[in-house]
Design a binder for this molecule. Structure first.
Ligand code: COA
Length: 381
């Protein structure tokens, strides 16, 4: 095929993809089932279109800063104790970025490892999505990371959905692969919330850590098993007051021309009890929705992988779904809540330890600020 015809086909496929997602309708363009009635506070489309996506998850990598801070060291900063933090959250330590380190450095390292494991050349990557709420550059880190790893032919952009970001990124990239717009994608989840917590607020500062992870996805060939078996996503801006990191720029007079603001954000503010209730209510539901879309049940699930926020949230969700804790993947104790980084950080460990094997079914859920929450039933390898 002439390069110009191939390019025209790619653009047509991309336009079809964009026109379907502009109406919050993330699905393959081939299906014509009628839309289901929209539910309040959620992004909704026909359930039949949130089933299998023809992608494969081929490789994973992750990185965390070297600086490791155990709970006991936080006792120097705020009125807390290792016992309180461990019992209420399951967190024992966290890793924190040093001033000379960038989030992009972690992301770059994670992507390199993921590409190596996948056996994919950086030059063959078409799409890079970096899910983050704490980039080095507010204009976006994805393009810089793509360049650092050598994915110079890829289109790269950031996606902000707080702790749901990685999961939303997987579901977004999978649409582009499934509908044929792109062949190979990298989805990164990376955050450095140490930059944005109030280190004098014991309600929040004990929870968060820094880290990044990345997954390489490729369009599945005809007849190959699908890697996304079903998914679901929701958001509800009414819950924004329970978890936020708002802009709060200082006022500045520009002579007599105008009054503007100079950039600044206030630290993370959270109503822990409300977020806890939200997570333990919405996460089991959204996992069941994705399982239903995949036409699977919890008996088909090999592993349950949730955003690593609090072990008690994971225990409650697992109990509600009747999934035993030995099927729950977690490394929260070591890294704390790394926001968009947490799911790939935990999955990377499980894959590299040989726990998660090719063909395993992983029920995966992200949740966090927005409020936002989503799930995907993934098949590894
Ligand atoms: N060390 C010691 N005491 C602390 C503390 C800390 N780090 N943080 C709070 N406390 C105190 C509170 O001040 C309160 O004291 P009081 O009874 O004298 O008022 C007491 O511990 C109980 O606080 P409470 O907020 O009721 O605790 P909790 O059992 O709800 O646990 C969280 C608090 C934050 C661990 C829990 O609500 C949670 O995990 N929520 C979800 C948060 C989350 O996951 N956010 C990110 C989502 S992406």
């Amino acid at each position: 095929m002439a390069p110009s015809s191939a390019r025209a086909l790619r653009i047509l496929a991309l336009l079809l993809s964009l026109s379907s997602s502009a109406g919050f309708h993330l699905a393959a363009p081939s299906s014509h089932a009628p839309r289901r009635e929209r539910r309040a506070g959620s992004i909704s489309a026909d359930a039949s279109k949130r089933g299998e996506l023809q992608v494969r998850l081929l490789g994973i990598g992750a990185a965390a800063p070297e600086k490791r801070v155990p709970n006991s060291e936080l006792e120097e900063l705020v009125d807390t104790s290792d016992e309180w933090i461990a019992q209420r959250t399951g967190i024992s330590c966290r890793h924190l970025l040093a001033p000379e380190e960038g989030l992009s450095d972690l992301a770059t390292s994670a992507v390199k490892d993921a590409l190596e494991q996948a056996g994919v050349e950086a030059a063959d990557v078409d799409l890079v999505i970096m899910a983050t709420s704490s980039p080095d550059d507010l204009f976006g880190d994805a393009a810089g990371v793509a360049r650092s790893v050598g994915a110079t032919g890829a289109v790269a952009f950031d996606l902000t959905a707080a702790c749901s970001g990685f999961l939303f990124g997987i579901n977004t990239a999978s649409q582009f692969l499934h509908n044929g717009a792109y062949e190979t994608a990298v989805v990164i989840g990376a955050d450095a919330l140490s930059r944005w917590v109030d280190w004098s607020d014991r309600n929040t500062c004990v929870l968060f850590g820094d880290g990044a992870g990345a997954v390489v996805l490729q369009r599945a060939a005809e007849g190959e098993a699908a890697g996304v078996l079903g998914f679901e996503m929701h958001s509800n801006g009414a819950g924004r007051e329970d978890l936020n990191l708002p802009y709060d720029g200082d006022t500045r007079e520009l002579a007599s021309i105008a009054t503007v603001t100079t950039g600044k954000y206030t630290p993370i503010a959270m109503n822990g009890k409300e977020v806890y209730k939200f997570a333990t209510t919405c996460v089991p539901k959204v996992l069941n929705e994705a399982l239903e879309n995949a036409e699977l049940t919890v008996d088909d699930v090999d592993w349950l992988l949730m955003h690593q926020a609090n072990i008690r949230i994971m225990e409650t969700v697992a109990k509600k779904l009747k999934i035993p804790m030995d099927k729950v993947l977690t490394n929260l104790a070591e890294y704390g809540n790394t926001s968009a980084g947490s799911i790939p950080l935990a999955l990377n460990e499980a894959v590299r330890e040989g726990k998660v094997k090719k063909g395993d079914v992983i029920a995966c859920a992200g949740f966090g600020a927005g409020l936002s929450w989503g799930s995907a039933i993934l098949r590894w390898g």
